[in-house]
Design a protein around this ligand. Structure first.
Ligand code: PLP
Length: 504
């Protein structure tokens, strides 16, 4: 076998790239040269078997897979370079409304990386993993207490998955009473996953109107709730950043018709330790642990969506449930005859749940309340500082986020342009055009310092000035990123990750 020199990399790939594009790099498949490798394995002591004797001919590949062949240093540089092109909470202010891109304390990572959590197998005997089960047990108890509800399942793998689980529980409850309710109400501002969860559970979603002040229109709700209504799904505080203080009346209207009150708990970071959904009449809710209790997320994961239910819905929770025996040991309880069954393989997103538990324990009850107070304070501070240049369609006070409308006459500058220009300030754009067209939904989270908030304010005000004095500058932004304006439809349908996409 020829010796392989690690790191002895053919750098000639750089010369194949036109000079003008050299700040962009090739994809891994275009790098390296045949024979280069990032690992050197010793010669195997076992004689190779003839694979044709052991594997049926139709399963044998005719060629080796066309994998990239690169040296170790090449590999490291490639991914390091890519990482610099990303926006992340660790590098940039990230006020992406509804997503709660808060800082993920490093202690979470330390604990999640402990071999006691990473080196266990889901088929391991309960007796071998008592510590892990104990952690899950206390997490489910903590989450039930924070919700003010009776019991929690940790199985769902995301908020959306929690919604589906919650609706399955609600459907099972109605069926157990001989009812087959098929309608689910949700406000117009509901997150897209709410109607999707309804559909997947075989229900029809019906929109409830909102009032100009961002609250539910109770008259419209009364007119639409009836004996066919399985549930109302309400996000509170909602996606326009308003805590709907009519919530106890909403619960009464629903319960008078036997309708269940589902709360989308994505915005729990605004009310942690201040109030409990169970106290204002919620029957089921999900958490997004990756939002409320930190964990870096985005691009589809990772996350967890534990679901909390009131007493009357406990029998329907998924199996297995982590449980504590009388002797103080921990186990998986499958003995729940009315359960909706399992909603995820094995026991849930353990790594994310460990982080959530660590976060909750590190902060304690007072710390969690402090999270909510600071999240709310930060959002209201930003709103107050930008309101003379951006229209705020819903009146304050806000919870943890708020909606701002860029309105600069007929300059052609809207949410997209302001967002692109923010990239030049190394700030991740807020959520755009959700839940209303052409808006920015701004969520600073509690983890940002006053200095970071002030930098954001300065950027927003500078862009507002620019919109009047130098609109072209804003309309052609971003100017400093490696990728400029892309055709968004083409970018999502036919992504070209190789070279600079066409400038719009
Ligand atoms: C994020 C979010 C969801 C979906 O949660 P995932 O964990 O991304 O599946 C649902 N509702 C609201 C209001 C959200 O912000």
């Amino acid at each position: 076998m020829d010796p392989v020199f690690l790191g002895n990399v053919d750098a000639s790939f750089m010369s194949q790239i036109p000079k003008t594009q050299q700040q962009d790099y090739p994809v891994l498949f275009e790098m390296g040269a045949p024979g280069l490798t990032a690992v050197a394995l010793p010669e195997s002591g076992v004689r190779a078997a003839d694979r044709r004797r052991h594997v049926p001919a139709e399963l044998l590949a005719e060629q080796l897979p066309a994998l990239p062949e690169v040296g170790e240093l090449d590999l490291v540089r490639h991914y390091k370079r890519l990482s610099h092109k990303c926006f992340s909470v660790d590098e940039n202010f990230y006020p992406l409304g509804s997503c709660t891109m808060k800082y993920n304390p490093r202690i979470n990572e330390r604990v999640a990386a402990m071999p006691e959590f990473t080196e266990v197998h889901p088929y391991q005997e309960d007796a071998d993993v008592q510590g892990l089960l104990e952690m899950l047990y206390w997490l489910r108890c903590d989450l039930a207490e924070i919700a003010g509800l009776a019991e929690v399942t940790l199985q769902p793998a995301a908020g959306a998955h929690g919604e589906m689980t919650g609706l399955m529980i609600i459907n099972a409850y109605h069926r157990s009473r001989g009812e087959n309710r098929r309608q689910v109400l949700a406000p117009e501002s509901a997150h897209g996953t709410n109607p999707a969860s309804c559909t997947i559970c075989g229900c029809t979603q019906i929109s409830v109107k909102g009032k100009p002040n961002g609250r539910v229109d109770l008259d419209d709700l009364r007119a639409k709730v009836n004996r066919d209504t399985a549930a109302l799904m309400l996000t509170n505080p909602n996606t326009v950043g308003i805590f709907d203080e009519q919530v106890a009346d909403i619960a009464r209207i629903l319960h008078a018709q036997g309708t269940q009150f589902y709360m989308d708990g994505a915005n729990m970071n605004a009310i942690l330790g201040i109030t409990q959904p169970g106290r204002f009449g919620v029957d089921v809710m999900h958490y997004n642990t990756h939002k409320t209790f930190s964990t870096p997320h985005g691009g589809g994961g990772p996350g967890a969506g534990p679901v909390a239910v009131a007493e009357h819905l406990r029998p329907f929770l998924p199996v297995p449930q982590v449980a504590r025996r009388c002797d103080g040991s921990f186990t998986w309880d499958y003995d729940r005859p009315h359960s909706i069954g399992k909603v995820r393989s094995f026991y849930g997103q353990i790594g994310v749940l460990v982080r959530a538990y660590t976060y909750i324990r590190a902060l304690g009850p007072d710390g969690l309340r402090d999270v909510a107070e600071k999240a709310v304070l930060n959002a209201n501070y930003l709103a107050a500082r930008v309101k003379h240049r951006y229209e705020l369609p819903f009146p304050p006070p806000y919870a943890h986020e708020f909606i701002a409308m860029p309105k600069f006459g007929d300059s052609g500058i809207g949410d997209l342009e302001v967002s692109k220009r923010l990239l030049d300030h190394r700030i991740h754009p807020p959520t755009m055009s959700f839940p209303i067209h052409h808006c920015l939904m701004i969520e600073p989270t509690e983890t940002e310092s006053l200095a970071a908030l002030d930098q954001f304010v300065a950027a927003m005000l500078e862009i507002a000035d620019e919109a009047e004095k130098d609109p072209e500058m804003v309309k052609t932004a971003p100017h400093t990123t490696s990728v400029k304006r892309v055709d968004e439809v083409t970018a999502s349908r036919k992504p070209n990750v190789r070279w600079k996409p066409a400038v719009r």
